[in-house]
Design a protein. Structure first.
Length: 552
């Protein structure tokens, strides 16, 4: 459990939070001779959605939906010598250490969406002697009382979104989870989009708790909250049905900072979200010290920036005169975000170093790429587009984007020769990489170098270890390429071995059918091409066939 309590210094005024400040480099038109269009529904950064992609008819872009979902493409290892500026300075004195890279060719434009189940309670810090306790508290269990009489059905589906600087809930999901007007303040939150603004509202202090979608039963109920983790005493942004109808439901960086979150792309569910069937990775949230966290051998260092941030809290109302705080002295007037002591900055996670190359041009050791699990696409800003000499008047494809305000703009897309993420001991290298040109506002001022989206992580199991504040340790990502062996059903993310853990899991579900509440689809192994919804000797035979088989 992590709960840091501090007293806010009361101030008589504050600046409204600009949560989503996203600007686009627009293109003249997506209508070009010989091009065709395709409707899509992809998430871009900061709550924006890509609604269509336009491309030459003879050069269709690689899309996740057009290949076998998450079909394993075995990465090849490449050994090369580093050529960064720092290494070149010492090249004459000593031969640099060779870098081993995991190379993935032609990743799709779109990646997976890490959906989670979200429940809401009334959990908050209630201290009459000090009503200004506004820090978020994290717990690895659900606490507080639900806001509805039917919590098994009154939950929301949220995106685990490290690119969101606050936790958000749409007006529909707010109604569903019981956030009625009594839990919503009259403090506005301004959502700044490409060409306009939208208005949402800060909630009263609440508790939000999540778990993977695999805990939802076939009948759609969520009766078991034993695996939930979350935070309480947090103010979330609540959408308005008229002013901000496009606002998504998302669990953001103020949540992710407290936990280690595991994404298992080799263990996926087919789930219906917004009337669309999508493949959803298994998501698990753990306390940082939990022994069940899987170990992955490769590490990407993250940075929580700006470095001045030190608190996860909302700004409380300070009642100087009677009636100043209609929702109570100390009630939130801003949502909970990661901030410094003066509420000047908003903290987000950045990848420490990214190298980009195209033909003879390069952009090396860039440290301004945000890691965004809420973005299915990878983004570069217009300055890097220029640095790589990508022709602004001759894109490889164009996407149409609708932002949280409902405005629609077009943005250019390109395929660049390579994008490398510095990691240890094996770098991540992607070749023939689709990127979209967007100028996304940075919490440090100016624009991000870009956004690393989930399309680069389709073929990886990975975890995000939050942190970055004092006493938390540094944040990072750990990852390994997906290892698929029929019969590797335990633990949840697999361990590249078919052994007694898998046998125990099969035995726990012996003779179960798919309609039972405890059904585990991973244990339904046979027939391999179309599992039959029954755990029996045919599934045992598949497990036995691959017993102790080495990883590919």
């Amino acid at each position: 459990m992590f709960c840091k309590i501090s007293l806010f210094h009361p101030r008589t005024h504050f600046h409204p939070l600009l949560l989503v400040l996203v600007l686009w480099t627009a293109v003249a038109t997506a209508e070009r001779p010989g091009w065709q269009s395709r409707e899509v529904d992809w998430r871009a950064s900061r709550g924006a959605r890509i609604r269509a992609i336009h491309y030459p008819a003879d050069k269709p872009p690689p899309m996740l939906t057009d290949r076998q979902q998450f079909q394993q493409r075995q990465p090849r290892k490449q050994i090369r010598y580093a050529k960064t500026a720092t290494e070149l300075q010492t090249f004459a004195q000593t031969l640099p250490e060779p870098i081993v890279a995991l190379v993935f060719d032609s990743p799709p434009i779109d990646g997976f969406v890490p959906f989670v189940a979200l429940s809401v309670t009334d959990a908050r810090i209630d201290d009459p002697l000090n009503p200004y306790k506004s820090d978020a508290c994290s717990v690895n269990y659900l606490t507080g009382d639900y806001l509805t009489d039917n919590p098994e059905s009154d939950y929301a589906i949220a995106v685990f979104d490290t690119g969101a600087s606050a936790n958000l809930i749409s007006y529909i999901d707010a109604y569903r989870t019981g956030i009625d007007p009594d839990f919503i303040t009259n403090s506005p939150v301004i959502l700044q989009g490409a060409t306009g603004q939208a208005v949402a509202w800060a909630s009263q202090a609440l508790g939000i708790f999540i778990d993977g979608l695999d805990v939802i039963e076939p009948n759609g109920l969520l009766p078991d909250n034993s695996g939930m983790a979350g935070e309480y005493n947090v103010s979330i942004i609540v959408g308005d049905p008229i002013e901000s109808p496009n606002m998504p439901t998302a669990v953001g960086a103020p949540f992710a900072i407290f936990f280690t979150t595991v994404f298992c792309n080799n263990n996926q569910l087919i789930f219906t979200v917004d009337n669309n069937d999508v493949n959803v990775p298994c998501v698990r949230v753990y306390d940082h010290s939990d022994s069940r966290i899987p170990y992955y051998s490769n590490k990407i260092n993250l940075e929580l920036r700006p470095t001045q941030v030190s608190f996860v809290q909302y700004f409380p109302c300070v009642e100087i005169f009677p009636g100043d705080c209609p929702y109570g002295d100390g009630a939130p007037i801003t949502p909970t975000i990661i901030v410094d002591g003066w509420w000047t900055y908003q903290g987000l996670f950045f990848v420490s170093s990214v190298d980009l190359r195209h033909k003879a041009k390069s952009a090396i050791d860039k440290d301004g790429f945000m890691f965004d699990t809420g973005a299915q696409v990878t983004v570069i800003n217009d300055a890097i587009r220029s640095r790589l000499a990508l022709n602004a008047y001759d894109p490889c494809f164009v996407v149409s984007i609708i932002d949280v305000t409902g405005e629609v703009v077009d943005a250019n897309g390109y395929y660049i020769d390579s994008l490398e993420i510095v990691a240890s001991p094996e770098w991540l290298t992607f070749t023939n990489v689709p990127v979209i040109v967007l100028d996304v506002a940075s919490p440090e001022g100016g624009f991000l170098d870009g956004v690393i989206g989930t399309n680069l992580f389709n073929d990886l199991n990975f975890l995000i270890r939050g942190g970055g504040l004092f006493g938390m340790g540094a944040p990072y990502i750990r990852f390994d390429p997906i290892c698929r062996i029929a019969g590797d059903i335990a633990p949840a993310c697999g361990d590249c071995s078919v052994d007694f853990l898998d046998l125990d899991e099969l035995a726990d579900h012996w003779l179960e059918i798919s309609s039972e509440p405890t059904w585990n689809p991973r244990a339904d192994l046979a027939p391999l091409s179309a599992p039959d919804g029954l755990i029996d000797f045919r599934d045992f035979a598949v497990l036995a066939e691959h017993w102790l088989q080495p990883a590919p």
